[in-house]
Every structure is written in C-alpha cells, then in structure tokens.
Design a protein around this ligand. Structure first.
Ligand code: UT7
Length: 335
C-alpha cells in the first residue's frame, strides 16, 4: 500500500526494537579454564566480561524468530501486517533456504516476503538501508529488519585470538513511514574487498567445498587478522561518522549518542577520541555480550531505549565496520 504522507522526501523511521539473547552466560573465567587466556587480558584488551551462547536447538533462526515475536507483541502487530523481513547474518541456519524463510515460518508471518543479506558486522546497517528504501519509496509500510548471529557455530574453541571475542544474539527493528523531520535522515556505505583475507571463513563455500582436509585444517572456523582489522575499524568508524554528519551540516557535539558496532571497547574509545566525544556518548554493551556480529547494533539500541537514554528529537548515528571490509553509518532523528 503506497504511503500517502506529505513528508517529502518520504523517510523511514525505526518505530520499535526488540532483542533476544540465549540464557547461558559464558564468563571470561570459564574460557580461561580451557584456553591460554585470562579475565585480565580479555577485559583490558577488549572490554568483554561475558557473552551468551546458544543452547541445544538454538540457531540463528530461532533467536531471530524470538526477537521478531517480541517486537510484534510490543507493537501489537498481527501476523499479516508485516510486508518484508530482511535478515542480516553470517551464520544462517543453512546456505539455503534463507534464514528469512525459516523465521517467517516459525513466527507464522502470513503476508511477508523477505531475504537474507550478508555484510558481516555491517549487516544490520546494510539491511536497515535496504529496508528503509521500501518504506521511502512508498511500496511497503512495515519492514522488519533482523540482525542475528550464532557466532558459536563458527568460532574455533581452540583459538584464543577469536574464541574470547564473539557471542550469540539477535535483534529486530520495525521500520515504518516517519513523521516529518524524524527517522533515517541519511546513510553511507562502503566496501573494500582488499580486506577479504583479514576476517573470513576459508572453507565451506564454492571456493573450498567441505572435505576431510578442510575439516582437519579447521577451515570451517572464522579467521581474523586482529591488528589489521582493528586499525581499519578505528579509522573508518570515525571517518564515516564525520563524513555523514559533515554533509548534513552537523557537528559531533550535535549527536546525543553514537551507536557503534561492538567489537572492542578500545575501538569505541578511540573513535570517541577522534570525534572529540566523551566516551560515555558511545553506546556500549560489549561487556555483557561480546561481539554478536549482526546483532550488536539492535542490542545496543534496545539497551539505550530501555534505559531511557534516547529521547524524542535526539540525533544519533549508527556506525559499523566488518568483514569484507564493509562499512556503514546511518544518521537518524529519534522519535
Ligand atoms: O567485528 C568485526 C571487526 N572485528 C574487530 O573489529 C576486531 C578488531 N581487533 C581487535 O579487537 C584486537 O586486535 C584483538 C582483540 C583481536 C586483539 O587485541 P590486540 O591488542 O590487537 O592483540 P594482538 O593481536 O596484537 O596480540 C597481542 C598478544 C599476542 O601475543 P604476543 O605475540 O605478543 O606474544 C597474542 O598471541 O596477545 C596474545 N593474545 C592473547 N593472550 C591472552 C591474543 N589473544 C589472546 C587471549 N588471551 N585471548
């Protein structure tokens, strides 16, 4: 049904957020029992104190479906009122069918089409931008964007350089036509495929189909060149926020909050320093959840909303850097 609002240009707004994380908490001390690591190293180098791990039967689709159910309950949405479902993930239940199909079926959405989108830690923002276009064009009125990752499925439990960083979780937001002056005001994205070997999963795709050799070589687990990704993330997070606010005639001090992808507290602090913002103006939930890839931004947004830290009219920027490399930033006026 086309949007007939007088707002020109038409915009989409996030009008609801809900999340789901598994019950099981894995502390740094628990990881230090099987890995050559320590609570002190993990907290000092990353800010992470604990993360969640899915239990038996939990998958990316079951976590995403629960986040969608909670969102629909909070917004009072009936199963036939969602037009599109976009799922950002790097840990789909299977290569195909798409996780969006599995969530649609589990939730019983009756008039929805949807698809998955792969942009790693920037996935939620790519999906948000994509979903916002359907609303802005007037083609659809209600889009649900899910960011969900069961990172424990692709983490090498023997690799201390990555096993301590990642966690499992899911978040969902509702996009609807915005009131004039509110909603998603601008976005920017970038890909730089020269980073393809700095954060990736070597095998399981068409390049290296699964074989005994790939399993023995542990190539079905995520690999990361941490220092390279760290440097890229610090420079790109700050630069992306600056470019986005500059071209909208804004200064960092105009932002109520920056909602960054949660990979490392040191990246958040360094980004805040580059932007000249106090560290507490960067939303942070990394201590509780670690890096949940596509789920970090809805988890951080939900935390802000629940804490009453986002008020109507506040300007906020999401920003993310992820495997690929992929980059995204979104400017919005909350309301
Ligand atoms: O979400 C997608 C984007 N991802 C990111 O943004 C992640 C970016 N990278 C990072 O956050 C950081 O690079 C890490 C947290 C991954 C690593 O921190 P770092 O300060 O860059 O450490 P490093 O890789 O330079 O390693 C320093 C030392 C090494 O030992 P040596 O070579 O100095 O003897 C590592 O082997 O720390 C060692 N180390 C550990 N020690 C204890 C690495 N992991 C651990 C560990 N426990 N878990």
């Amino acid at each position: 049904m086309p949007d007939t609002s007088q707002d020109n240009p038409r915009r989409a707004a996030i009008t609801g957020v809900a999340t789901y994380v598994p019950d099981r908490i894995v502390t740094n001390a628990e990881l230090a029992r099987t890995l050559d690591t320590s609570d002190d190293w993990i907290v000092t180098r990353t800010g992470i104190r604990e993360r969640r791990r899915g239990g038996p039967g939990e998958t990316t689709s079951t976590m995403g479906a629960e986040a969608v159910r909670r969102l629909m309950a909070a917004k009072g949405l009936a199963p036939d009122q969602v037009d599109v479902l976009i799922v950002a993930t790097v840990t789909p239940d299977m290569f195909f069918p798409a996780t969006a199909c599995l969530i649609q079926d589990q939730v019983g959405l009756q008039s929805t089409w949807g698809f998955d989108l792969s942009a790693a830690c920037s996935g939620f923002l790519y999906a948000l931008t994509t979903g916002a276009q359907f609303v802005a064009s007037g083609v659809h009125r209600r889009v649900i964007v899910v960011g969900a990752d069961l990172m424990s499925a692709i983490i090498d439990p023997l690799d201390r350089t990555t096993a301590v960083l990642f966690g499992d979780g899911a978040g969902a937001v509702l996009l609807e036509p915005a009131e004039p002056g509110f909603g998603i005001l601008d976005f920017l994205h970038r890909v730089d495929g020269s980073g393809r070997n700095d954060l990736f999963m070597p095998a399981g795709g068409s390049l290296k189909p699964p074989s005994v050799e790939t399993v023995v070589a542990r190539e079905h687990f995520l690999k990361q060149n941490g220092r390279t990704v760290f440097k890229f993330a610090v420079s790109q997070m700050a630069e992306s926020v600056e470019r986005l606010i500059d071209r909208n005639g804004l200064k960092a001090s105009d932002l109520a909050v920056v909602i960054p992808h949660q990979a490392n507290q040191r990246i958040l602090d360094a980004t805040a320093d580059r932007l000249g913002l106090a560290h507490d103006r960067m939303a942070s939930v990394i201590g509780r959840y670690g890096n949940t890839t596509a789920a970090t931004l809805p988890l951080a947004l939900d935390d802000l909303v629940r804490a009453g830290k986002l008020e109507r009219g506040d300007l906020a920027v999401f920003v993310a850097v992820g495997a690929g490399f992929t980059v995204g930033a979104t400017l919005m006026r909350w309301g």
